[in-house]
Write a protein that binds this ligand. Structure first.
Ligand code: FES
Length: 159
């Protein structure tokens, strides 16, 4: 199927095909397309895999492999509150691992999971570009630096 063709399809499919059309000339088009999908829908629905494979002439395994390799891509919608903790080097040196342990305890879930009350999803990120102010946490899109366990609790209560 050619990009931009008006074949109907779900809004997701239409979006994916238009994102492909916008990035088709880019080298390594798959990653920017996946970022666009996640920015628009909040996650990368597994239903996009066959569409992208078809559009980009890749195998479904190739597309799935890229989505799985990059931890930034969610495979399901986040809960009402979305917490992302940086685990890259600079934040680790500033205490990110202790913070991650605290956050897991506080939310009663692991990285990639959702709290038992279904209210908060926890994900990890490898650098927000806020390295000088680690440990860095993002709650519902808002980045905070120098986050201690106590500060995390306060930020979460406010969210
Ligand atoms: S290393 Fe955490 S923001 Fe860059």
């Amino acid at each position: 199927m050619t990009p931009g063709a008006t074949t109907g399809g779900s809004p997701l499919e239409q979006y994916v095909r238009s994102a492909v059309a916008a990035h088709r000339a880019d080298r390594g088009a798959l990653l920017p397309i996946l970022h666009d999908i996640q920015a628009t829908f909040g996650y990368v629905d597994p239903a996009v895999v066959p569409i992208l494979a078809d559009e980009l002439n890749l195998s479904r395994a190739d597309v799935h492999g890229v989505i799985s390799f990059y931890h930034d891509f969610r495979k399901s919608p986040a809960a009402g509150t979305h917490v992302r903790v940086c685990r890259a080097e600079a934040c680790q040196a500033a205490g990110a691992e202790q913070l991650v342990a605290h956050v897991k305890d506080r939310l009663h879930t692991d990285i990639g999971g959702t709290s038992p009350d279904r209210g908060t999803t926890l994900d990890q990120v490898f650098c927000f570009g806020n390295c000088a102010l680690g440990p860095t946490v993002e709650i519902n899109g808002r980045i905070s630096g120098r986050v201690t366990p106590q500060r995390f609790d306060a930020l979460l209560d406010k969210a």
